[in-house]
Structure formats: C-alpha cells, structure tokens
Design a protein around this ligand. Structure first.
Ligand SMILES: Nc1ncnc2c1ncn2[C@@H]1O[C@H](COP(=O)(O)OP(=O)(O)OP(=O)(O)O)[C@@H](O)[C@H]1O
Length: 382
C-alpha cells in the first residue's frame, strides 16, 4: 500500500515539476488539474502506470514535457497513449545483454514470406518483420557494434527457412565473411569485387525489366499475385545484400542500379539489405534513403549521425547505445533491441546440411547434377 502511494507520488511530482496541468477559473477561484493516475503498481520487471490527461490539457504538452520521465525514472521507459489515456512502463531490470541464436527457439518468429530477425526488446519480446511488406533494410553502426553478426544471423535464418523461395546475391566488399554462405542452396552469388557486383547488378536490372513486363502484360501489381496466377512460371524473391555499401559510393552506375532496386523492387519481389559503418550522406542521398524503410541503428558516433539513420528529431540517440549487438529498430516505431548472437562456428554448423559443393571429375568437369553453378557473374575469384 505504502509502495503504491510512493510510486504514485513519484509520478505526480514529475508532473508537478514541469507543470503538466490544465489551469482554469471558476467564479473567483483558480484551479489546477494534473493528470489523474489510475494505476501505479510494481510488476515483475517494470513499474506500471495508467494515467489520464485532464480535460483541456493539450496532448502536445505531454510530448513537450515527456523529458521529465527520463529525468525521474531513467531512459528505460515506454509511454503509449491515445491523446487522453496513457500507459507508462518503467523498466527496472536490465534487458538481456547476450541472447544466443537458437534456431528452434527463433522459428516461431520466422514464418513471414521474407522473415527478417531483429532482436529482443526490454520486455523480452522478439521482433522480426516481413521484408515483403517492409522492403529494404539499412544496417548502420560504428565498427565493432554488431552489424556483421546481425547480418550473419539474418542470412543464416533466411537460408534455413527460405532457401527455396529466395535467390540470394551477397556482396562483401570487405571480404570478411560471406564465404560462409558459398554453396548454400539459394545462394546464387557471393561477390567480393566491384566488377562482379556490377555484372550482378546489370543482370538484376534486366530481371527487374522482365518482371515489370510480366506484371504489365498480366495486369497484376505484385509478383506474389503473378506467382499465384502463373505457378508454372514462378519467380523467386531476390535478396541483394551488400556489406559496407559506402565503399561503392563513387561508382555511379552501380549506385544507380541499387537505387533503382530500392524504388521499384518492392512490387517485383527484389529486396535490399545494405550495411554501412557511418550513415554516409552521399550514399543515402536521393531516393535511396527514403526507400530503405527499415533501419537498424547500432551504436553511432554522435547524435547527428544517429539522426541520419533514425530520422531528424527522434528522441532516441544511437550514440548512447552501450553494448555490441544492441540497436534501435526503426520500423513503424523505434524500439531498442538486443540481436541474437550467432558465432561463425555455429553458423557453419547450421548451414552445412544445406551446402551443395561441386564434385569435379578427372577432366575437371562438375559431375553432380544438383550443383547449381553461379553462372551469372562468371568465375568466382576467391
Ligand atoms: N548480438 C550480439 N550479442 C553479443 N555480442 C555481440 C553481438 N553482436 C556482436 N557482438 C560482439 O561484438 C563484436 C563485434 O561485432 P561485429 O563484428 O558484428 O561488429 P561490426 O559492426 O560488424 O564491426 P565492423 O564494422 O568493424 O565489421 C563481436 O565479435 C562480438 O564479440
């Protein structure tokens, strides 16, 4: 009872401190009404409040003065409301600092058409999204913040679940680790050089044109509908992932095609995952930035860079993120999450059953029929 009273008093004091109130006169008397707190209780990992704004108080006043909540309770809180009634959760326990990637546990979050994993929020809820509905992902963050591990877990989980419906084109300009995915079913190309990527992009541009013609010709607006109508001519989704895309920023033809995919890929079933250390203004100029509708903002160097990734005027600041693997997921909302951690060794174990390597005979020819060569970009050079 006393605890509830104290909890209530703490929020009331915060409202008073910033004068979040509606003042009015009745007759000769002046009145001040503060938000009315209906629920104030302690739950397992958080304090829970429900309060109502008084009649006459503009909800924008709450927005302007919301900073008092982090002053009073720290930054780990979640405020939701509809203009009158609000719920407030103040998280009291630290979110998990390391969540290991366990495919069996994660499977329930991988049943979208292109299921992209994000991470666990402070309430322990795992977030994932369907890239078909939310096309194109930007992953940005300082070196060592967790981008590569996150791309590894996204691609591994996609190969485990969707290798028959997605064609993967993977460009790794730092030559760090996409070799992991070579020979995996579904992976059409692993590229480490600009000229390979350029051939790939020219190929994808033709594919975009062909898919556009197919949709036009059949008067359909999405590749899913086309596949439903013409299953005999099924077109897989295409996922192009470019690690450290900023290394390509001076290559106009290349960046033009990437931008074209970002503009028209959605309906045609062609999607992008782009990563970069700094949210580079030059790379993200024009249409491209707006078309990357989902953002993972790992630790950034400062608030200015954080705003480039998350949008100007957001209260979240990715320069304040402290742990590797922690990032702000920006989709419809911005949520701090911790990505599942997948080591290279574990990823290899998961992927091994889905690899088809070439068997070469004495004449140097590939003899296994199930091996699909990556013909599109010519010889692999590694
Ligand atoms: N989800 C995670 N959970 C816990 N620790 C993590 C996680 N992701 C990354 N780390 C730790 O951070 C280290 C750096 O991660 P990672 O290599 O992914 O960074 P990066 O952002 O890709 O860096 P760079 O841009 O230099 O390649 C990892 O070796 C690991 O120790």
């Amino acid at each position: 009872m006393i605890k509830r009273f104290l909890l209530r008093a703490k929020l009331q004091n915060a409202f008073k401190l910033v004068d979040l109130s509606h003042k009015f006169t009745k007759g000769k008397n002046q009145f001040t009404r503060y938000p009315s707190i209906r629920i104030a209780e302690e739950r397992q990992d958080y304090l829970y409040y429900v309060f109502y704004l008084p009649e006459g108080l503009n909800p924008n006043d709450l927005k302007k003065k919301e900073y008092v909540l982090s002053q009073a309770f720290g930054s780990a809180y979640e405020l939701k409301g509809d203009g009158k009634k609000y719920s407030l959760k103040i998280f009291t326990s630290e979110p998990e600092t390391c969540i290991s990637f366990d495919f069996d546990e994660l499977q329930p979050f991988l049943n979208h058409r292109i299921p992209v994993l994000a991470g666990k929020d402070s309430l322990g809820e795992m977030h994932s999204f369907d890239m078909v509905d939310n096309p194109h992902l930007l992953i940005a963050g300082e070196t060592g913040s967790g981008k590569s591990v996150t791309i590894r877990m996204i691609l591994t989980s996609l190969i485990l679940t969707k290798r028959h419906t997605i064609d993967f084109y993977l460009a790794d300009m730092k030559r760090s680790e996409f070799h992991l995915f070579r020979y995996c079913q579904g992976v059409k190309a692993v590229m480490t050089k600009k000229d390979q990527l350029l051939s790939c992009l020219r190929f994808l541009r033709i594919e975009l044109q062909q898919r556009g013609d197919l949709l036009d010709g059949s008067e359909l607006e999405h590749i899913d509908k086309y596949n439903e109508r013409f299953p005999e001519n099924h077109r897989n989704y295409i996922l192009l992932c470019i690690d450290e895309v900023a290394l390509l920023k001076n290559d106009k033809e290349l960046m033009d095609i990437v931008e074209e995919i970002s503009c028209i890929g959605r309906a045609l079933g062609v999607f992008l995952i782009l990563s970069m250390q700094r949210p580079d203004g030059k790379v993200l100029e024009g249409q491209l930035k707006n078309n990357l509708t989902v953002r993972y903002a790992f630790q950034h160097s400062d608030k200015i860079n954080s705003d480039i990734t998350l949008g100007r005027g957001t209260k979240e600041d990715a320069s304040k993120l402290g742990r590797p693997g922690q990032f702000y997921l920006k989709n419809a909302h911005i949520t701090a999450v911790q990505a599942p951690f997948l080591t290279v060794e574990r990823a290899k174990e998961y992927l091994e059953p889905y690899k088809i390597r070439p068997h070469i005979d004495v004449k140097g020819e590939v003899v296994n029929e199930d091996f699909a060569p990556m013909t599109m970009i010519g010889e692999e050079s590694e």
